[in-house]
Design a protein around this ligand. Structure first.
Ligand code: FAE
Length: 545
């Protein structure tokens, strides 16, 4: 396998056939699912300055991991460039990741103070000072909203709750109107679910597990108010979860790990798609490398500018590489910010006017309810949610019953609602400040609050309970200042063609959550993965093979 710095072509018209011919590796061509050509051990060196590569993927989240695996299986060497760290080394406490209750420098991306979504407890602020470090969770602040995102090899899969939800088929055409519904539900959703290792909680075990008392209380209240309550699949290893509850393995979900990473049990992309990609021997990952520019190269392909950073965020080097094909997989915010800047500053001037548009927050809004003393939610709470309340059709809200893993009895029920908001914001280039702005307004969350209230006003009224006012600031009922689910900014069939190709720039593709226009009706990563599977299959068949 050629070294990262010596890939055989920088030609924009690169094809797999050409690559195989130039390397003499044509024998035993791989199918998508089949064995790979001459697999060799994963290369460990970072991408070299001046490298010329067939395919470069910006970001290692869901879209990027799918693209890398499928390209590599088709015989194409892939360079992945990731601005965050590779999270594989324990700290002095013996753990790779900190707990939600004791965040340290590993928790946050280049912040000096934590910014916890549940910011107060009994009214007291709980954020604390930390050392500035390239931590795993970015709380990126725009004027009207804080957008939480994963940073590191594995992207959002490092920090998310693993809730792996396929939207109801009947709702799909309003999520992605230009995509064939049958194809998605017959082929790409099943492929994504299999690739991600999605599983379901054992419903019998659920009934007695102490760590899900909070979810059983949530179910009781939902059902007594006549709402549909449902288990939600997850990528957490449910057998490991059982063993955690039994006390026979090291705890992770039952030891307060989730939003700042899980040491055990959680199948992040590092254990699934990225492991398979690296096993091909054709994929190389460069952590702590941030792409800053992509522009057409004189001799064909694209010139990609990269900053290498250290763990304080300081730039310690710059690299310029040439790539025949570039896949934007930096997440909804990362990809949108790059494309908006590159269009406005003349690096990719022919990008169309849909770039930066159609961005939404998946309608995220959080709230807590104060339960009666006879409805304790438990001192031991699994950080992995396993259930939700579906009032989408009647009220526009799907609420996951979330944990509050403080280790003490709080008598609180916490919920993250996903709502059917139609609000969409736009990214734009702010030349004076040399940054990308987002037009989201906090007041727009009122739509989501109204929808979430269709569930919780009714439950409160039935149970004789009230909203908690001490979790998100002084006397504040709703956490309306954030999203965990950024979507859109380079919307499919608008900013790109119907498979993620960027018009005007052959060889440039978008393959992440920025393709999805603002809402998926449920937690988004299964849809991001399934759409990436659909698009890369077409791209490999028509643009690569
Ligand atoms: P993403 O996974 O964000 O990956 C993008 C990667 O690109 C990141 O690793 C970035 O560091 C990297 N990057 C960005 N800019 C650059 C650059 N210029 N150069 C190099 N690298 C760059 O994108 N979703 C669910 O479905 N279920 C859940 O239970 C769930 N829980 C969540 C909990 C939290 C706390 C958070 C933050 C998110 C949660 N999500 C959940 C959302 C989910 O993780 C998110 O939709 C996906 O990760 C988005 O996938 P993408 O491939 O679009």
């Amino acid at each position: 396998m050629p070294n990262a710095t010596s890939h055989p072509t920088s030609n924009a018209r690169f094809t797999r056939r050409k690559f195989l011919a130039t390397t003499g590796a044509a024998a035993g061509a791989a199918s998508l699912a089949g064995p790979v050509l001459g697999a060799s051990p994963a290369r460990a060196a970072a991408i070299g300055n001046g490298a010329s590569v067939p395919a470069l993927v910006i970001g290692t989240g869901y879209g990027g991991a799918v693209a890398a695996l499928r390209l590599a299986q088709a015989g194409v060497p892939v360079e992945m460039v990731e601005m965050g760290m590779k999270w594989d080394t324990p700290g002095s406490d013996g753990k790779v990741f900190p707990k939600v209750t004791s965040p340290d420098k590993r928790a946050y991306w280049l912040r000096t103070k934590t910014k916890a979504p549940v910011s107060n407890f009994f009214g007291f602020p709980i954020d604390s000072n930390i050392e500035k470090y390239t931590g795993v969770l970015d709380a990126e602040e725009f004027a009207g909203i804080t957008v939480y995102q994963g940073r590191g090899v594995g992207g959002g899969s490092l920090v998310n709750g693993g809730m792996a939800v396929t939207p109801k088929q009947s709702r799909f055409s309003s999520i992605l109107p230009s995509v064939d519904v049958a194809e998605m539900y017959n082929t790409y959703y099943p492929r994504a679910n299999a690739g991600l290792g999605v599983g379901s909680i054992d419903p019998t075990w659920f009934e007695t597990a102490a760590c899900y008392q909070y979810a059983r209380v949530g179910r009781k209240h939902a059902q007594r108010s006549g709402f549909a309550w449902t288990f939600v699949p997850d990528v957490y290893d449910w057998n490991y979860m059982k063993a955690e509850q039994a006390g026979t393995v090291t705890r992770s979900a039952l030891d307060g790990q989730v939003m700042y990473g899980n040491d055990h049990g959680k199948k992040s992309l590092v254990q699934t798609y990225l492991a398979s990609a690296l096993a091909t021997g054709r994929v190389n990952v460069s952590p702590l490398h941030r792409v800053t520019s992509v522009t057409p190269a004189a001799g064909g392909g694209y010139t990609v500018s990269i900053e290498q950073i250290d763990t304080t965020g300081a730039v310690v080097g710059t690299k310029t590489v040439t790539a025949a094909k570039v896949f934007f997989a930096a997440g909804s915010v990362g990809t949108s910010k790059l494309l908006v800047k590159l269009k406005a500053t003349g690096a990719l001037p022919a990008l169309n006017n849909e770039i930066g548009k159609g961005w939404g927050d998946n309608g995220n809004v959080m709230c807590g309810r104060a339960n009666h003393m006879w409805d304790a939610t438990g001192t031991l709470q699994s950080t992995i949610p396993c259930s939700g309340i579906d009032n989408w059709d009647a009220g526009g809200a799907f609420a996951e019953v979330a944990p509050l893993p403080t280790g003490i009895e709080t008598y609180a029920s916490l919920y993250l609602s996903i709502t059917n908001t139609t609000r969409r914001a736009e990214f734009s280039w702010n030349a004076a400040a040399s940054r990308v702005d987002l037009s989201w307004q906090t007041a727009w969350k009122q739509d989501s609050i109204t929808m979430a209230k269709t569930i919780f006003d009714k439950i409160n009224s039935k149970e004789g309970t009230i909203y908690r006012t001490d979790l998100f600031g002084g006397y504040k009922i709703w956490q309306d200042g954030l999203t965990y689910h950024p979507l859109g900014g380079a919307v499919l069939n608008k900013a790109t063609d119907n498979y993620g190709r960027l018009p005007g720039y052959p060889g440039l593709y978008v393959i992440d959550g920025s393709l999805i226009p603002g809402n998926t009706s449920v937690n988004p990563f299964v849809t991001i993965t399934a759409l990436a599977e659909r698009n890369i299959e077409r791209i490999i068949a028509t643009d690569v093979l």
